[in-house]
Design a binder for this molecule. Structure first.
Ligand SMILES: [Ca+2]
Length: 411
């Protein structure tokens, strides 16, 4: 069953978040409610501006595996049929020929911290993984700081070499929350790294708007060497010396998943809001795929001024879509643009969710607008949605905090 989003927005979801890996809550190791800063601007949820009906497709969930511990990410090396699933506690698990392998591909549980928004948060396989066996992880270490490290596979293709760690980048985290953690290789071969604003409520240190530091940004770095990284000369610093060499864009609070449309290179970012609004940003490839953009935080939260009825929006890029917490939503979970082959009618459709509400929605980005905004009631997992996944064929998955991986299928 599918329905237009306008009607769906009236539904109330009473789910309550307790442990949120990506939330607007500002607690550390214990469950805390989201901090709410009052604002006197309450524009309504973004509503469809295009009435094109969504595709006449019925979708459903196919259970791939159960019993995982707080899965946060699913990905695959290029051309590899296996599914690699990141568990928050530090393990990377493999689903091979439909079966969850008992031995983790890699277990970093001794290295990671365990606060609500901490742990093993990101995984990306080198585009040349088939030949170099290299992959990258992002986690918060036992001191709560972000570590980006590379590893290589062992002689057993289902087990990584745990002794092969090369730390590429470290970032101090002033607070336990808002650690970002997404790692994605862009179509240009560079590694994109998501970092939140460093945490606390309302960005107390102003990292979101500061291009000189790495927090509140997506970074773009070259990790093709055996150690360290370099910053591409084509990064925004080329135009503005005040920007740190690594920084690709600024004004993000906690990008809980971003992805490139594998067909055209458009960048989709889901940025978690403070206490009022969740947003999706789409930055087309022909316009630079987010290069040098300022997504607004903490001047704006979603489409509204943050903490004020007025703000200076000069130079800010507004989201293509935002939604409020009115229905019990709390924290956006960004997904992927469907580019698989099993459901051709979904081509170009971007899926996303909300951690607390658990609904699954989609839109198609056309001419700068979100169109065909749809809520897919048959894709609701009945719990918290931590993340989406994309396999090498472009098929999409939904991950629940309860430990189940679902594949989106046609019914
Ligand atoms: Ca924003």
């Amino acid at each position: 069953m599918r329905r237009y989003l306008r009607a769906a927005l009236t539904a109330f979801h009473a789910l309550t978040a307790v442990v949120i890996a990506c939330s607007s809550g500002d607690g550390g190791g214990s469950p805390t409610p989201p901090d709410t800063t009052p604002t006197d601007t309450t524009p309504s949820d973004t509503t469809p501006t295009d009435t094109t009906p969504p595709p006449a497709i019925s979708l459903g969930l196919q259970t791939v595996t159960t019993g995982l511990s707080f899965p946060l990410l699913l990905t695959s090396p290029p051309g590899d049929a296996r599914l690699f699933v990141v568990e928050k506690g530090g393990a990377i698990r493999i689903i091979k020929d439909g079966a969850l392998l008992p031995t983790p591909f890699l277990d970093l549980s001794a290295l990671v911290s365990g606060g609500n928004e901490q742990g093993l948060l990101g995984l990306a396989f080198d585009p040349r993984y088939a030949s170099n066996g290299r992959f990258f992880v992002d986690y918060t270490d036992t001191d709560g700081n972000t570590v980006l490290a590379s590893y290589v596979v062992s002689s057993n293709p289902d087990v990584a070499d745990a002794g092969s760690a090369v730390v590429r980048l470290r970032q101090d985290q002033p607070f336990p929350n808002h650690n970002g953690g997404q790692l994605v290789f862009g179509p240009d071969g560079y590694l994109y790294v998501g970092l939140g604003d460093g945490g606390g409520a309302g960005d107390p240190n102003g990292h979101g708007q500061d291009p000189r530091d790495l927090l509140g940004s997506i970074l773009r770095i070259d990790v093709s060497g055996a150690t360290g990284y370099t910053s591409p000369a084509t990064n925004p610093r080329a135009d503005n010396a005040s920007w740190a060499p690594e920084v690709w864009n600024i004004g993000l609070r906690n990008p809980w998943r971003f992805a490139f449309d594998r067909a055209n290179g458009d960048l989709y970012i889901a940025d978690v809001g403070q206490g009022e609004r969740e947003e999706i940003d789409v930055s087309p490839s022909p316009s630079g795929a987010g290069r040098g953009l300022n997504y607004g935080w903490a001047i704006t939260e979603g489409s509204a001024c943050y903490g004020s009825s007025n703000c200076n929006r000069s130079g800010l890029t507004d989201p293509v879509l935002d939604y409020t917490h009115a229905d019990g939503s709390c924290s956006v979970t960004g997904g992927y643009v469907y580019r698989g082959t099993a459901i051709p009618g979904l081509a170009g459709t971007y899926f996303y969710s909300d951690y607390c509400s658990g609904w699954v929605r989609s839109f198609r980005y056309v001419n700068g607008q979100a169109t065909e905004m749809t809520e897919w009631s048959d894709l609701a997992v009945g719990g918290n949605v931590t993340s989406f996944g994309e396999d090498t064929a472009g098929e999409l998955y939904i991950l629940s905090s309860g430990g189940t991986v679902y594949r989106i299928v046609k019914r």
